[in-house]
Design a protein around this ligand. Structure first.
Ligand code: HEM
Length: 134
């Protein structure tokens, strides 16, 4: 792609508002996971301390949205599906993750058309992570 085309097609990373907005989103996502009883099962499979989860998801989403590949630079290939195999991810767990992220996107005021695009992309990735039949 030429530089000119690049300029006319901002990445999702740019549209969201760059690294600081992604960090805000991820922080809200994990805060909600701690606060809301509807996400209790999702919270239970996560570590007690969420600092590393916050850092890793922020770095990952930077690259995943077309911004700097911070996760890969630090940790190598994410092998996301394999890394999620130890956790039982069924439809309910997938949907808790997506509801938590959807609410976090609302709370940090991701505008509507972008919210829809991101939720769809998150759905595809979360669904691909499912490792239980139901
Ligand atoms: C489908 C439901 C999901 C569940 C139940 C789940 C759960 C988990 C758990 C328990 C961990 C390990 C603890 C941690 O390091 O935070 C983890 C790590 C991670 N998850 Fe998920 N996750 C889900 C979906 C997703 C999605 C959709 C993404 C990306 C869009 C994602 C990205 C990551 C990343 C980048 C890590 C860190 C990997 C590492 O370096 O160890 N997860 N997830």
């Amino acid at each position: 792609m030429s530089d000119l085309e690049n300029q006319t097609q901002p990445t999702l990373f740019d549209e969201i508002g760059g690294y600081s907005k992604i960090k805000e989103l991820v922080d809200r996502f994990y805060d909600l996971m701690e606060l809301e009883s509807q996400f209790a099962e999702l919270r239970k499979v996560h570590p007690i301390q969420l600092d590393s989860s916050r850092e890793k998801l922020t770095m990952f989403l930077s690259g995943w949205t077309g911004g700097p590949n911070l996760y890969i630079e630090k940790y190598g290939h994410p092998k996301l599906r394999a890394r999620h195999l130890p956790y039982p991810i069924n439809l309910e767990m997938r949907d808790q993750w997506l509801r938590c992220m959807g609410q976090a996107m609302n709370d940090v005021q991701i505008p509507e058309p972008l919210w829809e695009r991101l939720l769809k992309a998150f759905f595809d990735t979360a669904d691909w992570m499912r490792n239980q039949a139901n």
